[in-house]
Write a protein that binds this ligand. Structure first.
Ligand code: DX5
Ligand code: ZN
Length: 253
C-alpha cells in the first residue's frame, strides 16, 4: 500500500478579508485537510483565531477535515468550544500541556482525533508514552508563531525517528509536518516519512492559490511514489497495522 499524502493548507497566510474564498481555492487545488492555527499570545508570540472563526469556516466548508493546531497554554479550557465549532482533529503542544495524557483523552471525548505537536527543540522521545493514543504527531519544522519562516532541516531526522518507532511498536499514528513546506523542501520531507503536509506561505502568499496547492501536492505525491518504488520498507512503514490501538482512530477518519 502506498503512502497516503495529504496537503493541509494553513490559513495563517491567507487573506483574512476573504478567508472563506481563499480556503476554498486551496482545497480546490488539492488541499485535503484545512489547517487552522490557533495562537494565544502567551505560548507563542502572536494572536490568531478562536472558535467563532472556525465555526464560520465550517458553515461555508461543510465536508473537509478541519485540523486545529492549538498553540495555547490552557488547551483544556478551549477544546470543547473548538469541537463544537467544527474541528475534526485537534492537536496540542507537548510543551504546553502539563497533563498531556488527560488533554489527549479530553479531545477524544469531544469526538475529535487527538494529535500531539513538538517544537523544533523537543526530542521525539518526549512522546514515548502517548504515541498509542494519538491519531497524528505534528513535527514543527519552524518555531511556532509565524508563517513564512525557513525550514529547519533537523526536523527530517525527527520524522524518520517517528517512522521507525511507529514501525517497531506496530502503531498507526500519522506523521504531520508544519513550517517551511514548499516546492524546494517537500521531496526531502516526504522521503523522510511525513504524510500530512501543512503549507501556508507556499500556498497563499503569491500567485494563484489553486495552482500553488496543486503543484505542491503533485510534487509531494511524485516524491512519495518514487520513494516507495525505491524502498519497499517505506511502503511497509505506512501500512496501518491490524489490531493496533490507534487503528480505531484511523477507521473513523
Ligand atoms: C506556524 C504555524 C504554521 C504556519 C506554517 O506556527 O503553525 O501552520 O502557517 O507556515 P509556512 O507554511 O508559511 O511555513
Ligand atoms: Zn500550524
Amino acid at each position: 500500500m502506498a503512502t497516503v499524502i495529504d496537503l493541509a493548507p494553513s490559513i495563517l497566510s491567507a487573506n483574512f478579508a476573504q478567508l472563506g474564498a481563499d480556503a476554498k481555492a486551496a482545497l480546490e487545488g488539492g488541499g485535503t485537510v484545512l489547517h487552522l492555527d490557533v495562537m494565544d499570545g502567551h505560548f507563542v508570540p502572536n494572536l490568531t483565531i478562536g472558535p467563532p472563526v472556525v465555526a464560520s469556516l465550517r458553515k461555508t466548508i461543510p465536508d473537509v477535515t478541519f485540523d486545529c493546531h492549538l498553540m495555547i497554554e490552557n488547551a483544556d479550557e478551549f477544546i470543547p468550544a473548538f469541537a463544537e465549532a467544527g474541528a475534526n482533529w485537534i492537536s496540542v503542544h507537548q510543551e504546553a500541556c502539563v497533563h498531556l495524557d488527560r488533554t489527549l483523552h479530553l479531545i477524544e471525548s469531544h469526538g475529535c482525533k487527538p494529535g500531539v505537536v513538538i517544537n523544533p527543540a523537543t526530542p521525539v522521545h518526549m512522546l514515548d508514552e502517548v504515541l498509542e493514543i494519538v491519531h497524528h504527531v505534528l513535527v514543527m519544522s519552524v518555531n511556532p508563531g509565524f508563517g513564512a519562516q525557513h525550514f529547519i532541516p533537523n526536523s527530517l531526522k525527527k520524522v524518520e525517528t517517528l517512522r521507525r518507532i511507529r514501525e517497531s511498536r506496530g502503531l498507526a499514528f500519522r506523521i504531520e509536518i508544519d513550517g517551511g513546506v514548499a516546492l524546494d523542501t517537500v521531496g526531502d520531507i516526504v522521503r523522510a516519512g511525513a504524510e500530512i503536509l501543512v503549507a501556508g506561505n507556499a500556498v497563499f502568499s503569491h500567485g494563484d492559490i489553486r495552482e500553488n496547492a496543486s503543484k505542491l501536492l503533485q510534487a509531494a505525491r511524485s516524491a512519495a511514489s518514487a520513494a516507495a518504488k525505491a524502498s519497499p520498507r517505506l511502503r511497509r512503514a505506512s501500512t496501518v497495522p491490524r489490531n493496533s490501538k490507534s487503528d480505531r482512530h484511523l477507521r473513523q477518519t
